[in-house]
Design a protein. Structure first.
Length: 392
């Protein structure tokens, strides 16, 4: 059924990197969410009134908030698809994150409201009616929510949408809350123990937790995330695949929405190649990165020695020392300034985020001590830096 919806309502559905196609996916997800959640709200509200159950009623209004969330998501997706303009040269893609953040606060507010109602029910419990038809409605809603979770997860993975993946998680949370509600009704009917208020309390907490989770997922790209290992691999492999590029480092990616990213990277080039030749290669890579990866890439050239055997052997020795001290360490921008009494080794060391200043100082001393064994004239000029890539 999901493929039917996609094929029926999304033109060129396979071109998920296209901004227009991605918007169509978002609109489809929002419309389906609005329709399904409104139907669930109506069914559960009737069931809650018939059963006199606060947990069922809370679950119903949770679905209403989900419908409102889908409306906001629809508006956000449409606004995020607006093209770039003079004041927003990188487009309006971050509006999608802002819309999801608004949704998260709505979900938290609904959970908080029913948290108060649940406490009132615990203090003043009411008898719950057992109606097979109402329970059937709740069971049907579980099936619908499971399908919605699968629907949003599948579409979210296709277009790499954190908003849709968060919606899928929220739908699974709804499955848990509705299942808990059914359990409380059955326990009350068969044992005479009324736990409706307590279950309503659990439902409210789950709803609030879902809202907090959505907020967390959408705040991360707004605050600024580390580069994902997948993006890191895609960009570095592309840049290093060109003849004339020796290596890369210091990849930084700024996210301006799910379909637009600005990135910078340092590319090492042989220092004996004409600068205009290297510049032409760099220009070509930047154009290809925009076409193949959809990333506006800015490349900084770092000239490095490639033919001096002494420099190359020394670089390899430094790398061996670094790797022996900690396999997670790496170096780049290696240069040598030779002299009769002192040889300066100039390079950057990439250290894990767990390395505090004291540990970095200790590391510098260890590196210097090991390299002095090679040649007493060696003097290291090291710059410690941390990677911008997220841990895989």
């Amino acid at each position: 059924m999901i493929d039917f919806f996609v094929h029926r309502f999304i033109k060129n559905y396979e071109q998920t990197e296209d901004a227009g196609v991605r918007t169509a996916y978002g609109v489809l997800g929002s419309v389906v969410g609005i329709i399904c959640n409104l139907l669930l709200f109506g069914g559960k509200l009737v069931a809650g009134l018939v059963l006199h159950s606060i947990s069922v009623t809370a679950d119903a209004f949770n679905n209403l908030s989900d419908a409102a969330s889908s409306v906001i998501g629809f508006i956000g997706v449409k606004m995020a698809s607006k093209p770039a303009d003079r004041n927003h040269p990188f487009g309006h893609g971050r509006i999608e994150y802002i819309a999801a953040l608004i949704v998260s606060f709505l979900v938290i507010e609904v959970g908080f409201t029913f948290l108060k109602n649940a406490f009132e029910k615990i203090c003043n419990p009411e008898e719950i009616s057992f109606q097979a038809v109402s329970l059937a409605v709740l069971l049907a809603s579980i099936g619908v929510k499971l399908w919605m979770a699968y629907f949003n997860r599948k579409l979210g993975k296709r277009i790499q949408s954190k908003v849709m993946l968060a919606t899928a998680t929220d739908a699974l949370g709804d499955v848990i809350t509705t299942s808990a509600t059914i359990g409380s009704i059955c326990i009350s009917h068969f044992t005479g123990v009324n736990i409706d208020g307590y279950v309503g309390l659990v439902v409210a907490l789950i709803v609030m937790w879902a809202g907090i989770s959505i907020a967390k997922d959408t705040l991360e790209p707004l605050i600024g995330e580390a580069v994902s290992p997948e993006v890191y691999q895609a960009v570095t492999e592309l840049v290093e695949s060109y003849e004339g590029i020796v290596g890369t480092h210091d990849l930084i990616v700024h996210n301006y929405g799910p379909t637009r990213s600005l990135a910078s990277i340092h590319a090492e080039v042989p220092n004996d190649v004409d600068i205009e030749v290297s510049h032409e290669i760099i220009d070509r890579i930047e154009r290809d990165a925009a076409r193949k990866l959809g990333i506006f890439l800015v490349i900084h050239m770092d000239p490095v020695e490639t033919h001096n055997n002494y420099v190359n052997r020394t670089r390899e020795r430094v790398q061996e020392v670094i790797h022996r001290l900690d396999p997670e360490l790496s170096i780049h921008d290696f240069r040598m300034v030779d002299g009769k009494k002192q040889i300066n080794l100039i390079f950057d060391v990439v250290v894990p985020f767990s390395y505090q200043e004291k540990r970095q100082q200790e590391l510098q001393e260890q590196i210097m001590k090991e390299l002095k064994k090679e040649d007493s004239r060696f003097q290291c000029v090291m710059t410690m830096e941390k990677s911008y890539v997220a841990e895989g």
